[in-house]
Design a protein around this ligand. Structure first.
Ligand code: KIV
Length: 285
């Protein structure tokens, strides 16, 4: 059987994501930041691909997502776009790209849609983003919201911790989710919140919830691809990450085997190099 399970499957769209929630069908979302990973993820049949600003830590080597720029994200979105046929491709708006005013936000989001080929954008925040979200939706740009742990707020939050764990912050999150829905988002990421809270939000809104560290009841689950594959340098793995491969070790092993083959004369062999045609005689100087 082909491992390319997206063959003959219909294109994922914003309306089809809503239908999936109505039918109680669970969907999956993974990050990708370039052509080969986006292509592998799409061909594996994953329904949503997020070019997340987690690219900042995961592939650009920054300490967090704060320094990630529009140009870096646009470059990543363009690479991913070329690898995706079926999944819905979502571009994450980097810190600073939607904070100045709604006009500038629309200009930046349009770059992701027109130049990058994204089909939706994601931005972090609750009721403080309503004006911005309404403008984007009004300009025909589908928006995914992001509540709970919002990594672009790391300086304010002081770290990456469970959110919504008090009566008051849980209520704020529920109210934010409803306000985002009213403003027109098609989905809401819930990151690192108690599972009971994620379940309540999922049942309270008609738009899809996208859980990461938010328990099993969300409509969609999302993970950072490199965490799932074991290709990261995190000293401490987040509790919600389940590693399905150990790619860092696999890559190191393959690279060392090749280096060893070169140094012991095992690579390249005759089949991996080219012989001079018989009729050509070469002489030394
Ligand atoms: O940037 C990202 O990858 C994200 C997901 C983890 C939701 O925001």
């Amino acid at each position: 059987m082909s491992s390319h399970t997206n063959e003959n499957l219909t294109k994922i769209t914003v309306p089809s994501i809503r239908t999936a929630k109505e039918l109680g069908e669970k969907l999956v979302c993974l990050t990708a930041y370039d052509y080969p990973t986006a292509r592998v993820v799409d061909e594996a049949g994953i329904e949503l691909i997020l070019v997340g600003d987690s690219a900042g830590n995961v592939v650009f080597g920054y300490e967090n997502t704060i320094p990630v720029s529009m140009d870096e994200m646009l470059f990543a979105v363009k690479m991913a776009r070329r690898g995706v046929k079926r999944a819905l491709l979502i571009a994450d708006m980097p810190y600073g790209s939607y904070h100045i005013n709604p006009d500038e936000t629309v200009r930046n989001a349009l770059r992701f849609i027109k130049e990058g080929g994204a089909e939706a954008v994601k931005l972090e925040g609750g009721r403080n983003r309503l004006e911005t979200i309404k403008r984007l939706v009004n300009e025909e740009i589908p928006v995914m919201g992001h509540l709970g742990l919002t990594p672009q707020s790391v300086n304010k939050l002081g770290g990456y911790r469970l959110q919504g764990k008090t009566q008051e912050t849980a209520q704020t999150l529920i109210d934010d989710a409803k306000a985002l829905e009213d403003a027109g988002v098609f989905s809401i990421v819930l990151e690192m919140v108690p599972r009971e809270l994620a379940q309540l939000v999922t049942e309270s809104v008609k738009v899809s919830t996208v859980g990461i560290g938010a328990g099993t009841d969300c409509d969609i689950q999302v993970l950072v691809l490199h965490d799932l594959l074991g290709l990261n340098f995190n000293e401490k793995q987040a509790r919600f990450v389940r590693k399905y491969a150990t790619l860092r070790e696999t890559m190191t092993g393959a690279i060392q085997n090749w280096a060893n083959d070169v140094k012991t004369g095992n690579y390249p062999n005759d089949n991996e190099s080219f012989a001079m045609p018989n009729n050509v005689k070469i002489r030394g100087a």
